[in-house]
Design a protein around this ligand. Structure first.
Ligand code: HEM
Length: 293
């Protein structure tokens, strides 16, 4: 919080003040750079791009059985000792992101997707490696053969005149990042909670963990960071997360399977945290399951 203020960014805290700010027509996500990203614009252009993304996400509601089986297989394949980030959260979030886009995503892709988070540097966006990763993924997706799913739907929307060239170039990466990063951080942190404090509902966990700690807006008094930590994990207003249903279903399946695995007790070691000012997550946490498996 002090870091925001040091950079001249105001902070809005508390559920009611946060909800008012997120719904305020006086605060915008459009920072004036003319970005084609759904996250960084408002008004009719935002609604148009968001409408396309929402149709894509709706294809995973209800959560497809084959995807459920793939997620459960990740948990079934965990050894007696595993890293909650690399062994559990990353493959699960990767599978769901792959299903959203309709494209197979390998480890190199996921590494670059994680690196683009640095590009969302709230204090100036000067991270060159993050920008290079985002550009690389945009080019890679523009050439990727796509099966049924989000990338094909985005291309169809472009062909139908619903998206322009720049919107088609950037929003597949934005969608992939939105689907991946918060889910990755949520699943790992929730896994740690289950391992150390016992069972809790997925809704309780997402509210308590709140993986996207702040969202940024700008208004007449300059930029503001709106805290989501007091009960608004999916945001509110025109940009409220359109993937919350998928995120909760993903959490129910993955965390339900993990809770069963941990029911006999476990030990957690090597807990390391990420340090991003907005995206709250674990870098590593090794779980060793007790007893004979
Ligand atoms: C626990 C997991 C998740 C959390 C906590 C989360 C949280 C959020 C939040 C707070 C926003 C609002 C950003 C803003 O107001 O500027 C957002 C936007 C978004 N999320 Fe999620 N999200 C999650 C998972 C997902 C998933 C799985 C998908 C896709 C299937 C997704 C797709 C999106 C998209 C496309 C946006 C941009 C919406 C817009 O700008 O209109 N999210 N998310």
């Amino acid at each position: 919080m002090e870091e925001f203020e040091r950079h001249g960014i105001g902070v809005v805290q508390g559920r009611d003040a946060g909800a008012r700010a997120l719904r305020s027509p006086g605060l915008t996500s459009d920072f004036g750079g003319g970005s084609p990203s759904v996250l960084l614009r408002d008004g009719d252009d935002h609604a148009r791009v968001r409408g396309v993304l929402r149709e894509i996400i709706a294809e995973l509601e209800p959560f497809p059985d084959s995807l459920r089986a793939d997620v459960e297989a990740v948990v079934a394949g965990l050894g007696p000792s595993f890293d909650l980030v690399r062994g559990f959260a990353r493959p699960v979030a990767g599978l769901v992101t792959s299903a959203v886009l309709g494209v197979a995503l390998d480890d190199v892709f996921l590494d670059h997707l994680e690196a683009t988070t640095a590009n969302l540097d709230v204090f100036g966006g000067t991270d060159r490696a993050g920008q290079a990763s985002a550009f690389r993924l945009s080019v890679q997706l523009s050439r990727a053969p796509a099966g049924p799913g989000g990338l094909t739907a985005l291309r169809a929307a472009h062909a139908a005149g619903r998206l322009d060239d720049d919107e088609l170039a950037l929003n597949p990466v934005v969608l992939a990042h939105a689907a991946y990063e918060n889910s990755l951080n949520f699943l790992a942190c929730a896994g740690l909670e289950l391992a150390t404090s016992g069972p809790r509902s997925v809704r309780e966990l997402v509210t308590a963990i709140c993986p996207a700690r702040y969202v940024l807006r700008t208004g007449p008094d300059g930029p503001v960071a709106i805290s989501l930590a007091d009960g608004l994990p999916f945001g509110l207003g025109p940009h409220a997360c359109p993937g919350s249903g998928v995120a909760l279903a993903e959490g129910e399946i993955a965390l339900g399977a993990l809770a069963k695995l941990l029911a006999g007790g476990c030990e957690v070691t090597e807990v390391e945290w990420k340090t991003h000012p907005v995206f709250h997550g674990l870098a590593k946490a090794v779980v060793t399951v007790s007893g004979n498996r």
